[in-house]
Design a protein around this ligand. Structure first.
Ligand SMILES: [Zn+2]
Length: 193
């Protein structure tokens, strides 16, 4: 019985992954990219507040963070978003083929490390003790680059290969178009003709 239930649920999740990477790849990528760009824009606004407006770092909280400061000051929110991003990139990977898959995979690897850094920050917030004797939760790369700049850099390093992947996915070679199961390509697939 347990085995039957288990195999039924794994078949169901496989088919959801299949659908998300087949007929739903295009709308799923659109929704995901809107969320990713909105989040990256918040990091850009934060950098603008620090560098152009000269605001103190603790008060430079982007747009949403000005209304809801806890969004920026809660490690749970940061960790949760990093995890959603990791799961999102991983979930939509199978739909990419050829060159696009390599670029999307690069984004996945970078986001995996970014997510580990947030897991370290989250762990320090839970434990109430900070690494390296710091006054605030501190991640490894933060020893070299301050937090505002570091996370703008991380989000950019993940975003750039995603954009390159999306571009070659929308404009695939004939072989890539033939191997695709989704409708993302700008031109109708010749394989169907
Ligand atoms: Zn696609």
């Amino acid at each position: 019985m347990t085995t039957t239930l288990h195999s039924a649920s794994s078949t169901k999740s496989r088919s959801l992954i299949g659908t998300l990477n087949g007929p739903w790849h295009r709308p799923a990528l659109r929704v995901f990219m809107v969320v990713v760009i909105a989040h990256l824009a918040e990091h850009l606004v934060q950098a603008y507040q620090v560098y152009a407006l000269g605001w103190p770092r603790h008060q430079a909280r982007g747009v949403l963070g000005q209304v809801f400061p806890w969004l920026v000051h809660s490690e749970v929110m940061h960790y949760g978003y990093a995890l959603i991003m990791l799961v999102g990139i991983w979930t939509l990977l199978p739909g990419f083929v050829g060159r696009a898959r390599g670029w999307w995979l690069a984004a996945l690897v970078i986001q995996f490390w970014h997510h580990i850094e947030h897991a370290l920050l989250q762990g320090q917030a839970i434990a109430g003790r900070n690494l390296f004797g710091a006054a605030v939760p501190t991640s490894i790369a933060q020893l070299v680059i301050p937090r505002v700049e570091l996370h703008l850099l991380y989000n950019t390093l993940v975003f750039v290969p995603m954009v390159v992947a999306m571009y070659s996915h929308v404009f695939p070679s004939a072989a890539e178009a033939a191997a695709s199961r989704c409708t993302c390509a700008a031109h109708p697939r010749s394989a169907q003709a």
